[in-house]
Design a protein around this ligand. Structure first.
Ligand code: MN
Length: 477
């Protein structure tokens, strides 16, 4: 039996929030208490006065010695500590929910069909589905329990799953699909380094940040119909652009196609119209995270964006990674965010660790040549965190729905090798990048492939996102 450490004196009356369900008043019996059963992970305590996270409690996720009987390569993003959810199919068969482990996929429908989830009272049909939405909508009490049950089975060397080989599918034999049906997509602009770089280029180096930027997480409503899964190609867009020194625009194929290195989070719990999410509750409403490439046409964007913001320069395509890494898998990688000065308004203030230490990389592979790593940065630099983005988005009473996607905005670091777009890396075309095959790039050219990767690492434990990859094809006529 494992013990959980709780940063609260014995005898204090609390409401126990257990896997998203409140248990009502609860008296802490001692500074240590026992886990109720192997599947449960204590999430947080809610006291009468304030809400706070306990230190991430000692759960199976933190057991560094945990290994799986499924072979997991050392550099795999999909360790026993991760277990992200996705939608897969084999040989053009029906789509199902899977969990990634090493180079394999655990077929959750096959596990449910064998009765392994019977004690969790989950209908097996929820795993035979085109999207994760209905599964996510069951709530964290169910989705966390499923994930921890799978973790237990995959780490148990005597698991009866070992005798049931149909439960594992090689990732190389499977097709991955868009993991969720995305209702609404919102894009923020939350990296101070990115916003400063763009402000310097597009406006005025002296006042690169607009007056609102440090007071609210700036965002816009994007378009969800053109969000595609990794591996699907992108057509170069056409649109209105204003040529240099011209007085009137022309309609042409974009010559400034760019990527934006971003991460997105998937809403895991509905809110009602009029309701606002507090920063302290935000994690209850976030199912997990994906890598996100917010493709952009800078020439179209530059001409169209005044005064209502991005439109056709953005909506032609955005790419996401197929595996959703849960917030629970990311919890050990929480980290302090940058100091926010001036102080934010009370509804945006927060306690505890809300940023995440996620290493990010961008690769560019030209048609004739190898992949070049052109950027390396980290999600931890984000000025505005997800809890603040969600609190701000819902502060006016706008409702959130399961499957909505909220993206971070371009993630740039402080130095020139850590910028998250070609616009910044090649500084608006003034400093072209030289690739290993000798070619130069100001923006993305036809048949270039852009690959983004992300992972967390603590000692030998690795929790990653895999990749989001897409090739740019010439514009359709
Ligand atoms: Mn963006």
């Amino acid at each position: 039996m494992k013990l959980l450490n709780v940063n609260k004196p014995a005898g204090v009356l609390c409401k126990l929030n257990y896997l998203g369900e409140s248990t009502g008043d609860f008296k802490i019996p001692s500074t240590k208490f026992q886990k109720k059963n192997n599947l449960c992970q204590l999430v947080k305590f809610v006291s009468n006065q304030n809400v706070y996270m306990t230190s991430i409690l000692k759960s199976k996720d933190m057991d560094k010695n945990m290994t799986s009987w499924v072979k997991v390569p050392n550099d795999s993003d999909f360790s026993i500590h991760n277990l992200p959810f996705g939608i897969f199919s084999v040989d053009k068969g029906n789509k199902k929910i899977g969990i990634a482990i090493g180079n394999q996929i655990v077929d959750l429908f096959a596990i449910a069909d064998q009765g392994y989830f019977n004690d969790l009272k989950v209908d097996k049909d929820v795993f035979a589905t085109n999207y994760l939405n209905d599964f996510i909508n069951l709530g964290k009490s169910v989705t966390n329990a499923i994930r921890l049950k799978v973790q237990e089975m995959l780490s148990d060397k005597n698991s009866s799953l070992l005798d049931y080989t149909k439960v594992l599918v090689a990732q190389s034999a499977a097709q991955m699909h868009l993991p969720v049906q995305i209702g609404d997509y919102t894009d923020f602009y939350s990296s101070i380094e990115h916003a400063t770089n763009v402000g310097k280029m597009f406006r005025n180096p002296e006042n690169a940040l607009l007056p609102n930027w440090k007071h609210l997480p700036v965002g816009y409503h994007g378009r969800s119909s053109s969000i595609i899964v990794s591996g699907q190609n992108v057509y170069r867009p056409k649109g209105q652009v204003l040529p240099p020194d011209a007085n009137s625009p022309i309609f042409q194929v974009s010559s400034k196609v760019d990527f934006e290195l971003e991460m997105g989070f998937i809403i895991g719990k509905n809110t009602q119209l009029g309701e606002s999410v507090k920063t302290s509750d935000a994690e209850d409403y976030i199912f997990g995270k994906v890598l996100f490439n917010d493709w952009s046409a800078r020439d179209i964007q530059k001409w169209e964006y005044v005064p209502l913001g991005p439109f056709l320069g953005k909506s032609f395509a955005s790419s996401i990674s197929p595996w959703i890494v849960t917030l629970e898998a990311l919890a050990p990688f929480k980290i302090q965010g940058p100091e926010q000065d001036p102080k934010v308004l009370p509804y945006l203030s927060y306690d505890g660790l809300k940023n995440y230490d996620i290493h990010l990389e961008v690769g560019l592979k030209p048609k004739h040549g190898e992949e070049n790593r052109i950027s390396k940065t980290n999600f931890k630099y984000m000025y505005w965190n997800m809890a603040q983005q969600l609190a701000h988005h819902s502060s006016n009473g706008c409702n959130m729905k399961v499957g909505d996607l909220l993206a971070s905005g371009t993630i740039s670091g402080k130095n020139v090798n850590s910028y998250g777009s070609m616009l910044e890396l090649a500084w608006g075309g003034k400093k072209p990048i030289t690739l290993s095959n000798g070619e130069k790039r100001k923006f993305i050219e036809d048949f270039d492939t852009v690959i983004m990767r992300g992972y967390c690492k603590k000692g030998s434990i690795r929790v990653g996102f895999g990749e989001v990859r897409a090739q740019v094809l010439p514009a359709l006529n």
